[in-house]
Write a protein that binds this ligand. Structure first.
Ligand SMILES: Cc1cc2nc3c(=O)[nH]c(=O)nc-3n(C[C@H](O)[C@H](O)[C@H](O)COP(=O)(O)OP(=O)(O)OC[C@H]3O[C@@H](n4cnc5c(N)ncnc54)[C@H](O)[C@@H]3O)c2cc1C
Length: 305
């Protein structure tokens, strides 16, 4: 069984993990990043990033590729294996993947989060046949069609705005009576003529034949149910943390996100958490990058103490 050791192992090659590895390697640490899927994380398919990097328009794939390339030139090792366990030990950590074991003096968990499912009838059945969680990838397949977006946060409205470029009508189904999203997203949605909002409404079921044909919507309050014809359903109702591989001693909040100190260290000394896996993370890339830089500095300080 292979065994390689590093000063720092960063788990996750999303924007947070890649940025953290970059800062740590520039400070002279021997660093490896681990990735379960494709590098880039949640923004890999986003064609127009909002708010980061400042003063520059770019896509998620472009930004992540730049970071990967920069890390490569700093001799950061990129390991394409999902991390299955992290065990604290004397003076460091053992890390387990499917086939190998690794060790590190410090760990940064930057394993982010995954999009939640709605859990309604038809959602799993019609995945890839009208049900999607990526407007940039699947939007072009819905040219001149009517689609539904479920959710009310930044990401849901961002997805609705992308879809409005392709689709005849976009109906945002939101269970509340106001959006949780930032003002500029709300303003852009209100100013887009082919986006309509179904307030106080929940999507109960997705139905069709070979492809999605309609959804069943229930209005809060009077409970009235109606069918709504549409060709696509884009679900964006929040995130679930990728934290199952971390030791039990790492504290989680009530939704499973990792709790850290203000210094980004978890309840296990030497194990830090940043970005979307972390409780109280803002949800913004600029903050993921700032946390990444702070965690790298904290690791450097800890290892040189
Ligand atoms: C549709 C959408 C659009 C968005 N658009 C923007 C935007 O324009 N601007 C903005 O500021 N924010 C945006 N966000 C928010 C942004 O995507 C997140 O805040 C950011 O991606 C968090 O980065 P991260 O590196 O912490 O986590 P992630 O992006 O989730 O990356 C984590 C990585 O860790 C990997 N991983 C998970 N578990 C393991 C494991 N066990 N072993 C190894 N690897 C693992 C994952 O595969 C993933 O690649 C958007 C979010 C969504 C959903």
């Amino acid at each position: 069984m292979a065994q390689a050791s590093y000063d720092l192992i960063v788990i996750g090659e999303g924007i947070a993990g890649l940025t953290c590895a970059n800062h740590a390697a520039r400070a002279g640490l021997k660093v490896a990043t681990f990735e379960a899927n494709l590098f880039g994380g949640l923004v890999i398919n986003i064609t127009e990033l909002e708010g980061y990097p400042e003063g520059r328009e770019t896509s998620g794939a472009e930004l992540a590729s730049e970071l990967m390339e920069a890390n490569g030139s700093l001799a950061v090792t990129s390991v394409q294996e999902p991390v299955e366990g992290v065990v604290p030990g004397e003076g460091g950590f053992a890390l387990r993947t499917g086939g190998s074991r690794y060790s590190a003096r410090a760990i940064v968990a930057a394993s982010g989060a995954r999009l939640r499912k709605l859990g309604v009838p038809g959602e799993a059945e019609f995945e890839g046949r009208g049900v999607s969680q990526c407007a940039d990838c699947d939007g072009p397949m819905f040219q001149n069609e009517t689609v539904v977006v479920v959710g009310g946060g930044d990401a849901a409205l961002q997805e609705a705005l992308v879809l409005a470029k392709f689709c005849a009508r976009v109906h945002v189904v939101h269970r509340g009576d106001r959006f949780r999203a930032r003002g500029h997203f709300v303003e852009r949605v209100s100013a887009t003529p082919n986006i309509a909002v179904e307030w106080n409404t929940v999507l109960e079921a997705i139905e069709g034949g070979k492809m999605v044909e309609k959804v069943r919507l229930r209005r809060a309050g009077d409970g009235a149910v109606r069918e709504f014809a549409c060709a696509g359903v884009f679900v964006n109702v929040g995130l679930e943390p990728n934290a199952g591989y971390l030791p039990e001693a790492v504290r989680r909040d009530e939704r499973g996100f990792v709790v850290t100190s203000d210094g980004l260290e978890t309840a296990v000394p030497g194990l830090f958490a940043i970005g979307a896996v972390r409780s109280r993370y803002s949800g913004l890339l600029k903050d993921a990058a700032a946390e990444a830089e702070r965690a790298a500095a904290a690791v450097v300080a800890k290892l040189s103490a």
